[in-house]
Design a protein around this ligand. Sequence first.
Ligand code: ATP
Ligand code: MG
Length: 782
Amino acid sequence: RRQVLEKEFSRINDRQREAVFTVNGPLLVLAGAGSGKTTVLVNRIANLIRYGSAYQDTASQLSEQDIADMQEYLHHDTPLSEITRSHLAVSPVAPWHILAITFTNKAAGELKQRLANMLGEAGSQVWASTFHSSCARILRQFGDRLDYSTHFTIYDSDDSKRLMKNCLKELGVDEKILSCKVVLNEISRAKDTLTTPKAYQQAAGDDNRTATIARAYQMYQQHLKEADAMDFDDLISCTVQLLQENPDVLEHFQKKFRYIMVDEYQDTDHAQYVLIKLLAGTDGNLCVVGDDDQSIYKFRGATIENILSFEKTFPTAKTIRLEQNYRSTQTILNAANAVISNNKERKGKTLWTKNPVGSKIQTHTAINEQDEADYIGKQILEGVADGRKFSDYAILYRMNTQSSALEKNFVKSGIPYRIIGGLRFYERKEIRDMIAYLSVINNASDEMRLRRIINQPKRSIGDKTLAAASQIADQLGESVFYVIDHANEFEPLKRTAPKLLQFAHIMRGFMDMNESGSHTLKELYDKVLEDTNYIASLGNPANLEVQDRISNLRQLESNIQQYEEENGELASLDGFLQEVSLMTDIDNYDDKADTVVMMTMHSAKGLEFPVVFLPGFEDGIFPGVQAIYSPEQLEEERRLAYVAITRAREQLYILNAQSRMIFGSTNRNRPSRFLQEIPEELMEHTAARSWKQPKPGTALPVSSKEVREAAMESALHFGAPQSAQAHKALQFRPGDQVEHRAFGKGMVLSVTPMGNDHLLEIAFESKGTKRIMANFAHLKRA
Ligand code: ATP
Ligand code: MG
């Protein structure tokens, strides 16, 4: 461990070192991509825990031995007495006095991992988490001050949508005129700016639409409260409210978090800013790191002002700029610098690197999205054949829908991949059902989830019965579950009472099991599956879809088990559900497995990969149609391009397609204007066929006739995709010895005709058995 720490500290440059050792008072580290901001944050925490804060008056108490020790660690030429006495102190900071906030769970996990590696046990005691999980943790402790229980449920976006649908119905609002999504977005913005329903209503004035939204907001909050639930935005705004209204709680946390650090500060919104300011107090030890050029969440209410006005908010703040990029080749960095220099709204900074020039950026024009996917697949297989790992590759796209062509190609060619975002595990129906059961077991007043499961599997309990139960509950001031549990006492429920009581009875069984504390969560989960007959209710297990669902339910069981193993004695149903509800897509990304990863450019923030593909660089896709007509949005898209380009360490591919099917219609798009902004000499261009690029401009929709003609033309002259053509001639039989560029030698086990192609099952000598499509396999006879 000592060695790890030593290595880390000895590597950082002088400016980074300065940031690491400036531990008291507000500090802003403002620097471009890959300049080591996150690295500084990690080292700063390590330093605080190892050596402590820089209280000047205690610095003199350093013993000679302390100094010698530090000298050894720091590998620094400046006489230590100077650095030490001005920057370091004797008392180490306890890890629980440190709060480190990052943007994604993935980043938080990485931070924890790095701290644990450097500092062992102490490292894992740091509160390193996202805004949302930190707030959830605070509210679990003091939620009662806001009239919530400490078991409150966290609603995800789907839950919020259902609830809002009910509210709009209740208010008699026609969703065609005012959609659920629009209202929720408005409410989300209101919460970002800490606007209460009341304040919102007052601001609405005579405006009809706003007044309706205000009523919906009011009702939505009321229902949330009744269900003892909070949505994602509430986690932040309620914490702010808690701290503002309860000086003792504020003092508690100000004392607790003596050192606060925030990564990706450029993407904080107003509520998060207020929260940080509250926690840090007036002369707080607050260190924020960020890059104004990477602000990409304006659409979610992030305000770049937070970073630009940091020095004003904290007049004693020190600002440190880092200018050396350690991540990318000169070529990649120059391209990124060139693109971002087209933005007017920026502080402006120069970023340079000592890294090698590296190879040129490969730009490629494909025929369509399948051809684009084919090109990417081929590059990956060739790279792996030359010694790269699959996990060296990332594909970053503007929209989730772009993943499907890639996915199809990868499945067929046997490239292992994972998608971050898109179809998320916890969004699948069967998983949501099970999570709903567990939520109600944990918190019987969670009415929304109770409604979800009461008839799932079918129990012939209708909407009318539920409405009646809900009404009785309202009158009594009890939960709906209470009413169901006492169904035979209420006249309107007499007829369905046996069914309701039966349901309540099994639920009680689960609740008792949970409260007894003598069963594991996995046992509880298995019991729920069994007693509800859920699996049987899915239908015929020979059906592929049913099999899929069952395997998802099994996967959930493994996740529960894994959670229990990780948390030992501290594991609880409450804790598990909290983890689930805070799980953002990025969590499914396990970088230990050797797979290609795909995700949106937004999710890739803070991450880095040796090789990056950026498909869909087309006007109309990236930048999107709307951004093309709004200078402000165009700048935001350009910052996103900057983020995307700077994820690459060694090699960057940028792709566009001549025509693309998106949202059900085919478009012929011009190459992205961002491509034009990259100096010609940094790029090397190839195309699926000789084709003159039209000048960048706006998207041109094409008629289906044109598409047909273009398709005919390419099929006639070039074949689409070419690689598929080249291999079509090869026929395989079981027993054939073959060689695959990436997977090596193998033997064909079976050949199954499928459409115009054949599914091959091949046992590879070193990579195991794979099922791949012959036309995509890039196989040779061995
Ligand atoms: P982003 O803006 O994308 O979040 P960042 O500024 O947080 O980037 P890091 O992720 O901390 O940058 O660092 C980028 C890469 O440079 C990492 O691989 C990191 O290990 C490496 N690095 C950082 N500082 C140094 C250094 N002084 N010497 C060598 N490598 C470094
Ligand atoms: Mg970073």
